[in-house]
Design a protein around this ligand. Structure first.
Ligand code: SF4
Length: 479
């Protein structure tokens, strides 16, 4: 049944009056200044509101108009706005902003086209400035609007840009300006990306909860299934600052496998080494700040094995195996074949050694191989297959190895359930690739075919941000 969007948005308009106001709206209300709205919006991308608010306050204390901004060097701007996400890029954009605004008499322009020509301004920023600073009919689709509209089934889209186009077709105009404020506040306060609070949600009775795993309340019993998640975090210490501990707790997985920790256990905070309810195991590389895998587990494993018994691979901290009563979990960070396929031979040797290792584990116990395999298997698994045929991660030898391990009786669990295109787990940090969904599916859960019947669900958690990869997950029966 289609949701009644007007009824839901009206209820939420009331509901979010008691929530924290999104930072850009707050700055608009407090200052009524399009320049500050524009700058705060640029700062806010991929950054928590709290961090944006502090960075904006520091910057505006030194530069509260375009002339003030022009008087600062890029280095000074960088220091003032640190630690917002991508602070170096944003400092570069802000340093160029005064020259770009000179063409508009030092005023913020009021059309989409002119805004998009400013440095660091994409559609989301332009729409927000038009709606919030100039009260124009524009729909700003950020991650919350995109995610929640899809959870409701009001749109069925893969990217924020496609969501904006779909909303332009069907959302009544009177909601265009305010839908972002409502759903950002609601997305931060209740319908959170990780562990949405469906148990206290005022619109739960109308929500189909598409693709949602509600939070697990403390003391509530886990189901009989086990939930396993795998994520290449691209640096566990960096991700801690972006909320890794909250994400692990919010997703409530029984086992949370991590790749590319880039750290030794002794370098980690106690918050990371003692997440309540979990034990954690590490296998780190000898070289500091490189590679490394870890597993957080609610259950006590029967045994834990670091590496696969071959020094050339084990030195790089690439595999950690946990044995439980009815299954083995093999958490892997496969080597990257690297530019010019310089490390292809090493990678293929690792692949073979890992395959031999997992075959030795095969028994009545299930074998789950999870992690960043650093290869997109088929053309459907990346956005631009033709231009990547000779590149690392999509070269013929790497894909042939995937063919071989699947032919040997392992199953790609995600493809077992889902044959849709545009399902990715990694996006380059460049070219706005994640927002445009120009990605690759290189993170997997493989399972031995004898036990595929125990896999109830396989999913990609694309809405979880913080790394250039997103997590992937499976649910398996406990026995
Ligand atoms: S019921 Fe859950 S998923 Fe649906 S809107 Fe409410 S919090 Fe979000």
């Amino acid at each position: 049944m289609a949701i009644q969007i007007e009824q839901i948005l009206n209820i939420l308009t009331e509901e979010v009056t008691s929530y924290q106001v999104p930072v850009v709206d707050l700055i608009a209300v407090q200052t009524r200044d399009p320049f500050k709205v524009l700058v705060a919006t640029i700062l806010s991308a991929r950054t928590k509101d709290e961090t944006t608010a502090k960075a904006a306050a520091r910057l505006f204390s030194q530069a509260d108009d375009v002339a003030g901004l022009a008087s600062l060097t890029e280095e000074e701007i960088r220091k003032l706005i640190y630690p917002v996400g991508f602070f170096k890029n944003k400092a570069g954009y802000l340093a160029k902003l005064p020259a770009a605004m000179a063409k508009h008499n030092n005023q913020v322009p009021e059309t989409m086209e002119e805004l998009l020509a400013l440095p660091g301004v994409g559609r989301k920023t332009a729409n927000l400035v038009l709606a919030v600073a100039f009260a124009k009919d524009a729909i700003c689709v950020d991650t919350h609007v995109h995610r929640i509209m899809n959870i409701w089934g009001y749109v069925d889209t893969k990217t924020p840009e496609k969501t904006e186009m779909a909303l332009r077709e069907k959302l009544p105009r009177r909601y265009w300006q305010k839908v972002n404020s409502i759903l950002v506040a609601f997305g931060q306060g209740t319908c959170k990306p990780v562990g949405p609070q469906c148990d206290r949600c005022v619109v739960a009775q109308w929500c189909p909860q598409l693709g949602v795993t509600p939070r697990r309340l403390p003391g509530s019993k886990a189901g009989t299934n086990l939930k396993l998640i795998s994520w290449n975090v691209n640096g566990i210490r960096a991700l801690e600052k972006k909320g890794l501990v909250d994400i692990v707790q919010g997703l409530g997985a029984d086992i949370f496998a991590i790749q590319e920790t880039k750290a030794q256990p002794e370098q980690l905070s106690t918050e990371l080494t003692s997440i309540p309810g979990y034990q954690v195991f590490f296998h780190s590389a000898q070289k500091k700040g490189y590679s490394g895998v870890a597993v957080y587990s609610r259950q006590q494993p029967l045994s834990v094995l670091e590496g696969i018994g071959q020094e050339e691979f084990d030195n790089e901290g690439r595999v950690l195996t946990l044995e439980f009563a009815t299954f083995f979990l093999v958490n892997c960070y496969f080597p990257n074949a690297q530019h010019g396929l310089k490390r292809l031979d090493y990678k293929l040797a690792f692949n073979e050694a890992l395959h031999t290792f997992t075959n030795k584990l095969r028994s009545p116990k299930m074998v789950l191989i999870c992690g960043d395999l650093n290869v997109a298997h088929k053309e459907i698994d990346l956005a631009n297959p033709k231009s990547n045929i000779k590149n690392p991660g999509f070269s013929a030898p790497e894909r042939v190895w995937m063919d071989e391990i699947l032919a040997d009786g392992y199953i790609d669990t995600f493809r077992h359930f889902n044959s849709e295109p545009e399902q990715y787990t990694w996006w380059s940090y460049r070219f706005n690739a994640r927002a445009r969904n120009i990605g690759w599916r290189i993170d997997y859960f493989l399972v031995d075919k004898e036990n595929i019947g125990r896999v109830q669900k396989a999913e990609i958690l694309a809405e979880i941000i913080g790394s250039d990869h997103c997590p992937v997950g499976v649910e398996i029966t406990a026995k």
